[in-house]
Design a protein around this ligand. Structure first.
Ligand code: 4NP
Length: 165
């Protein structure tokens, strides 16, 4: 029997700063844990402003300082993602509300839609701040938040689906 991949989609506004960084950090953790045959991730933006563009140069540099290579081109979040993914992880309230607004009614969807910092005990409910209009420090701050929360997300998935190598 084919084993089911657990699929995670990180979502922000532009898909060039926060969500591709989350994807890169999470993927590295998945690979380091030897779980790439069980868990996969992607990222998307609620706007269509940066479709097919690489991440912002500051995102690429921040990832690079932590030995993470980003291999992503911008794409827009679509309704079908709600049924194609197990987790849709929104960076802030605006992204979360936008994702949920694509649900047409009380229909069941595959995805658990949740905010990124709900996986951080100390920051639960908070937004990952948008670093786009700020400086380099903002990107490092975002990196730290994502490092902690993506690690906790991975632990939750391993526990919930009883993934064993
Ligand atoms: P992101 O940041 O949502 O974390 O990718 C932004 C990227 C681009 C823009 C805004 C936020 N923009 O206005 O183009």
């Amino acid at each position: 029997m084919e084993k089911k991949m657990i699929k995670v989609l990180f979502v922000c506004l532009g898909n060039i700063c926060r969500s591709p960084l989350a994807e890169g950090i999470f993927n590295k953790k998945v690979i380091q844990a030897g779980l790439s045959g069980y868990i996969q991730s992607d990222s998307a933006g609620t706007s269509g402003w940066h479709i097919n563009e690489p991440p912002d140069v500051r995102t690429i540099e921040t990832a690079g300082r932590h030995d993470i290579h980003l291999d992503h081109y911008g794409r827009k979040f679509i309704r079908r993602d709600l049924d194609d993914y197990d987790y849709i992880v929104a960076m802030d309230d605006e992204n979360y509300n936008e994702v949920m607004s694509r649900k047409e009614g009380p229909e069941n969807i595959r995805a658990t839609v949740i905010k990124m910092l709900d996986f951080d005990k100390e920051q639960s409910g908070a937004d990952v701040p948008d670093p786009y209009y700020g400086g380099k420090d903002g990107f490092e701050q975002v990196f730290s938040l994502l490092e902690e929360s993506t690690g906790n997300l991975l632990n939750e998935i391993v526990r919930k689906y009883r993934i064993m190598k």
